[in-house]
Each structure stands twice: as C-alpha cells, then as structure tokens.
Design a protein around this ligand. Structure first.
Ligand code: C2E
Ligand code: MG
Ligand code: MG
Length: 712
C-alpha cells in the first residue's frame, strides 16, 4: 500500500498496449514493404514498357528507313534531287520524325527534306555522324530524345550513300508517362485500399484490446477489488458489509462464494470469541473486559457533557465462607442468585440506565447513569437508592439446597466526574470505597471520599514496610505469662508478635496482623514465629511448683490454617528445635475454624496426632460456638476478653462464662480466660473453676529475658 503499485488492470492494459504497438509496428513495416514493392513494380513496369515502345519505334523506324533507302536507290543513282527531295519530305512529314538526312558515301548531306537544302554538301556535324557513315549496314542509335536510324543506300554492291531519320522519342516518353501514371494510379489505389485495410485492422485490434481490458476489468479486476475491499473490512473487524455473492460458474465464482462463507464463519467465530471474551461464563453478565470497554466508551461520550455517572462496587460479605464450608458448587449457586438479585434490583429502580458486570470472584460492579429523560444531578440519589436496595435485598437469606444462608454485601460508590474522571480512577476509588464499607462493619455502602485514599495509602505503605521486616529484625516476640488459676503457678506463655517500625515505632498487632493476613505476608511470617517461639521455649525451665517446663502458645492465622502445610510447618519447627510437641499450643481463632468446619476438623485431628495441643482463641465472639465444640476436637479454649471485662458487672457474661467452663469441662476441654485485669475477675474465675488465666493483672507481654526471670 505504501509504495505505489501497479494494479492488475494497469498491467493488463500495458500488455495490450505493448501488443498493439507491436502490431502497429509490424503493420508499418508491412506498409513500408508494400510501398517499396509498389515502387519496384512501377519501375520494372516502366522499364518493360519503355523497352516495348522503344523496340516498336525501332522496328517501325528501321522498316521505314529500309524502305526509304530502297526507294532512294534509283533517284540517288541518277542523282534526281527532286525525287530524293520528294521522298525526304514525305518522310519528314511523318508525325514524330525530327529530321531526314540523305547523304553521300562521304557523309556529306545531299538532302534534308527542306526546300533550299541549305546544308547541301556539308558533312553531317553531329556526334553520331562518323559512326553512322562508318557503319556497313543499318545502324540504330538513341541520342538524347531522338532515335537515330540509318541505312546505307545500295545498288548491288555499290554504296551510293545513306539515309538517316531522327525519330523523336518525346511522344514515346509522353505515352510511356501516361501509361505509367495510369499504372501508378492503379497501384496507389491498391496501396490505399491496403492501407485502409491495415488501419481498419489496427482499429479492430484496438477495439478488441479495449474490449478485452473492459472484460478483464468486469470479470476479474472488479470482483477481486470487491473481495479485497471486503477482506480489508474483515481485517478491520467490520463484518456488517454485505457478503459478496455470485452465481458465476467459474473459479472466481467459487472463490467469491467460498470467501462469503469464510467471512460468515470468521464473523461467527468473532461473535463467539467476543461472547466468551466479554461475558462471565457463570452468570452471563458482562465481564471485567466488557465493562471496562463500555465504561471507556461512556466516559468518552460524557467528557465535557456535564453529565454524571456512578460506579457501584458490590462485594459479597464472607463469600469465602460459603465456598469453604459448602463447596464451590454452592458458591457458584450463590453467585448466580446474587447476579439475579442485582439484575432485578437494578431494573426496578426507576430512572436508571445501568450495566451490571461480574469482575470475577464475588465482585459485582454496576455502572449507573440517569436515563436520558431524567433530570441531571440525580446520580448520587440514584446510587444511594440502588445501594440501599442492594444491601437490603442481599441481606435477605438465600435458599441453598433447602438451607437458608445469610450473606450480605458491602458496596463502594465512586462518582464521575466528582471522584475521578478516568475509568481506572473510578474503578480504583470504587474499590477503595467498597473496602471502607467492609472496614465499617460490612453489609453497608460507602461513597468514596478523598480521606479514604489516605487510609488505603497507609495500608499499602504498611504492607510494603512489612515485607522483609522479619529478616531486618524489626519483628520480635513478646511472651505473656499464663498461670494456673488454682495456685497461680506460671505454666506457660503466649507468644505475641511485635513490630518495631523504624520510623513509626511500635505498631499494634491488631493493625499489622490484619495487613499481613490480607496481603498473604502472614504465610511467610507465621512459620518464622512458630520456629522462634519453639526455640525460645526450649530455654525455659519449670517454674517453682509447676513440675514441668512451661508451654508456649502460638497464634496461627486463618490464612495459615488454609495454606495446607501447617502440620508440616509445625512438625518441622518441633523437629528443628527439639521441643516436645506437648509443650506447643496452637491458638486458632474460633471463626477460622468454624467457617471451614470440615477441613478444619480433619486438620485439627492431624495436628493433635503430632502431640501438639490445639486451642480455640477468642472463644465466644464467633458463631454458635458451643455446639461446634462437639464436632471440632480441641484441647482448650480461650474465653474472649470481652466476656472477662464485664464479668464483675454483667451477670449475663458471668453466666455465659460459667456455662462455657462447665460445658468445656464436661467435654474434657481446658479453659483459659484472657484479659484478666482485676483481682476480682481472677477470684471469680478461680471460684468458677477456670483452669488457666492470662491478663495484665497477672503479667503483661514481656521480653524473653523478662520472661525467663519470671520463671526463676
Ligand atoms: P490474642 O491471641 O487474643 O492475644 C491476646 C491479646 O490480648 C494480646 O494483644 C494481649 O496483649 C492482649 N491482652 C492480654 N491480657 C490483656 C489484658 O488484661 N487487658 C487487655 N486489654 N489486653 C490484654 P496483642 O498482643 O495486641 O495481640 C492482638 C492479637 O494479634 C492477638 O490476639 C492475636 O490474634 C494477634 N496476634 C498476635 N501475635 C500473633 C502472631 O504471632 N500470629 C498471629 N497469627 N496473630 C497474632
Ligand atoms: Mg491468642
Ligand atoms: Mg485471644
């Protein structure tokens, strides 16, 4: 395309032109040959004619001269000048006779046909004279325009003289010219006719050439061009042009038809690919790609138009729990139902022009715009209405295989152009707002605000800083003593992670553990904690009155639990440090265990087989805990601090705590009370037979050295 190219038509035209030129050249050559031939023919003809006429004149002339010579014999013998003159004059009168000369043997003129014979007796002075006189017989010679014929006049053997007649050849030449002119006319006529034929032939050839070009254009070039155009359109992804069709029964017809079929098939494949590429296979909603393209298109259309739109990011709360506890098929079913609900809710909100997409996982995004007939400035209201409806509808229980499942959703809303004016900006801010809705307690919606950015930024910076923090020695473990309630003997310690940030100082575990958990960093930090805690515990001697060395309790996050190699990690740490398994207690949060009950109980069983003790941390904060205890085999549970805090004031908490203790004991489970800050709490717990206690009143988390001192 870039360089100028020579099309089929041009090539063909050029070929025809070259052929034409060659033909014309050949014809010119023929014409030339014919001219030459014509010329040759006329020359030969002229020569032949000349010869013929000349010969005739000569023969006639010679006969006449001989006759005259015979007739003159007697008069000359008798020298009868009058008779000679009469004869000479008669001869001279002949039409084409120029001169008549009668002469004596010496060549002197005796008579010339004139009256006075002025030249009488004079020798013939012309150049031929000598030759004529010398000749023994008749003599013929042409000289200029005259044919000179002479004959001696004899009587017996005696030569009396001679006679010469000059015949004019002018008449002969004229006659010759006339017939030549006639002949040439005829030949020219033939030549002209031939030329006309040649020209006609050329014209016919030209017409045939042009017709051939036109034909080639029609049957070859034009269809190929149409195919070429169609191919370019297909290349550009445009399949809407009419399919070139043809009923021609030739190769090109076949090509056109198969091209048409090929385009149909390419278009079909394109549609299929688009469908696959642009829609979510599970729900049939648009996918991220399709959504992104639609958003880009809309934003381009809206740029500068003063119109608004909203992006709603909805994320199902605790969807993972469904997947983990009920399986992925149930998860898919939930997603399908949720997609249906969102689609339905979006349709019933009046004045809304919306597009719903699933971004994979449990993230549904809705692009919201006021319909064309709706007053502007309504988008925020519409978004609020939609978000409220969604939160409400998705807060209703779903029916899953006959079971009611409670979900909920957190929605983040970002507005164009207020919050961002680019697609990626809007999606990022919508995501941030959604995250804030989660942080705010889930099952609610949040509009994006600039302050959210800072929160997210802080979090991202923290994640960045946390990476490699263990290696840099910024992370360490503190040990909080755990006492036997009965006699307040130190029996163990909980290892608690501490982060001393190089700039920000100590950061609360509640903050950074969450970041480590969300980002997955906990999967690398967790094993380090495990190893360090086990190693530390090997240094501990039994406290006075304890009898055996204290255990170490290590917190394990839900993510570590799910990672699959927890058992292997723990056995590795025990093996490396040679800590007896019974001295390692693993604290799992109650929610982590409950949300993945089936997997968890198998895992806990394997954990316990290694000899490690398993405790449920933060007991009481999660779901219907007590019933689960029957199915999930644990060694101990730690009653959450929130129950202990109000133990002295709230009779309900006391009742609950007492019930937990009694129930646990009935199942042979050890009970630990966390967050004991007052002696009253401790006394009450001892009275209720709580096995172990931990709290600031008994001891703050401390350094390994401080803890070792406590043991003395
Ligand atoms: P947790 O396992 O429930 O740990 C007990 C928390 O209660 C500790 O907070 C401890 O300092 C605090 N505490 C103990 N006694 C009292 C008291 O009398 N009053 C009050 N107000 N608080 C008390 P900390 O160290 O901030 O840890 C918070 C949470 O961080 C832990 O809760 C645990 O879930 C998590 N965590 C700490 N270290 C690790 C770790 O190494 N790995 C994992 N996965 N999580 C950890
Ligand atoms: Mg704990
Ligand atoms: Mg706890």
């Amino acid at each position: 395309m870039k360089q100028s190219r020579i099309g089929l038509q041009t090539r063909f035209l050029a070929a025809i032109l070259i052929m034409f030129v060659v033909v014309v050249l050949v014809m010119l050559q023929l014409w030339n040959r014919q001219q030459a031939t014509q010329h040759d023919v006329s020359e030969v003809t002229r020569a032949a004619m000349h010869e013929l006429i000349y010969e005739q004149v000569r023969i006639d002339g010679e006969a006449e001269v001989r006759q005259l010579a015979d007739a003159l014999a007697n008069p000359l013998y008798y020298f009868d000048l009058d008779a000679i003159g009469a004869l000479a004059r008669a001869a001279l009168r002949e039409s084409d006779v120029e001169y008549v000369l009668v002469y004596d043997p010496a060549g002197r003129i005796l008579h010339d046909g004139s009256g006075d014979i002025a030249a009488y007796g004079q020798p013939m002075g012309d150049p031929l004279a000598a030759e004529v006189v010398a000749a023994n017989g008749p003599h013929t010679r042409a000289s200029g325009q005259v044919l000179d014929i002479s004959s001696p006049i004899m009587i017996g053997d005696q030569r009396l003289g001679g006679v010469r007649i000059g015949y004019s050849l002018v008449g002969v030449a004229r006659a010759e010219d006339q017939s030549m002119a006639g002949l040439r006319n005829r030949i020219d006529e033939v030549g002209r006719r031939n030329l006309a034929w040649l020209l006609l032939l050329c014209a016919a050839l030209g017409v045939i050439g042009l017709a051939a070009v036109a034909l080639v254009h029609r049957i070859l070039v034009q269809p190929i061009r149409i195919l070429g155009d169609a191919a370019r359109e297909i290349e550009a992804g445009n399949f809407s042009l009419p399919v070139p069709d043809s009923d021609r029964e030739d190769e090109l017809g076949d090509l056109i038809r198969s091209f048409g079929r090929m385009r149909e098939s390419v278009a079909r494949h394109d549609r299929d690919i688009r469908r696959v590429a642009y829609s979510d296979a599970l729900t049939g909603l648009s996918n991220r790609l399709a959504f992104r393209e639609a958003l880009d298109t809309r934003l381009r259309a809206l740029q500068g138009a003063g119109r608004q739109l909203a992006l709603l990011f909805a994320d199902i709360d605790d969807f993972k729990r469904i997947n983990d506890t009920l399986g992925h098929e149930a998860g898919d079913e939930v997603l399908l139902q949720v997609a249906g609900i969102i689609d339905r809710v979006v349709k019933v909100i009046p004045g809304v022009d919306a597009m719903v997409a699933r971004f994979g996982g449990d993230e549904f995004v809705t692009l919201l715009q006021a319909s064309d007939n709706e007053p502007e400035g309504e988008v925020r209201t519409l978004a609020t209405r939609l978000a409220d409806s969604l939160v409400h509808e998705l807060g209703q229980p779903l029916l899953l295989h006959g079971r009611q499942v409670f979900l909920g959703c957190s929605i983040g809303v970002a507005l164009f152009p207020d919050d961002a004016d680019t697609a990626s900006g809007l999606m990022k801010n919508g995501d941030i707002a959604m995250y804030q809705a989660k942080v705010a307690g889930k099952n609610c919606h949040r509009f994006y605000s600039r302050t959210m950015d800072q929160a997210v930024e802080r979090r991202m910076r923290m994640e960045h800083d946390l990476r490699g923090a263990w290696g840099r020695g910024e992370l360490s473990l503190a040990y909080q003593p755990i006492y036997r309630t009965r006699d307040r003997v130190l029996v163990g310690a909980e290892a608690l992670l501490r982060w001393n940030h190089p700039e920000d100082g100590a950061i609360a575990p509640a903050v950074f553990i969450d970041v480590a958990e969300q980002s997955g960093l906990i999967e690398s930090i967790g094993p380090e904690v495990m190893r360090a805690a086990c190693h530390e515990a090997t240094q501990w001697r039994p406290a006075p009155g304890a009898g055996e060395a204290p255990f170490v309790a290590v917190n394990v996050s839900p993510r570590q639990l799910r990672s699959g190699d927890l058992v292997q990690q723990i056995t590795a740490a025990l093996h490396e440090t040679s800590l007896p398994p019974a001295r390692l207690h693993v604290e799992l949060t109650e929610t982590a265990v409950i949300s993945d009950e089936i997997n968890a109980s198998a895992l806990l069983a394997r954990l316990r087989q290694t000899g490690v003790r398993v405790w449920l941390d933060d007991f009481g904060t999660g779901y219907s805990s007590l019933s689960h205890l029957r199915r999930v085999q644990v060694d101990g549970l730690k009653i959450d601090r929130s129950f202990i805090t109000d133990l002295l004031r709230d009779p309900d908490d006391l009742a609950l705590t007492s019930a937990i203790i009694a129930m646990a004991h009935s199942m042979g489970i050890t009970v630990v009370a966390e967050g004991v800050e007052k002696q009253g709490q401790y006394d009450l717990l001892r009275e209720r037979d709580c096995d172990l206690v931990q709290g600031f009143w008994l001891g703050h988390p401390c350094t390994p050295a401080e803890f070792a001192k406590l043991l003395d």
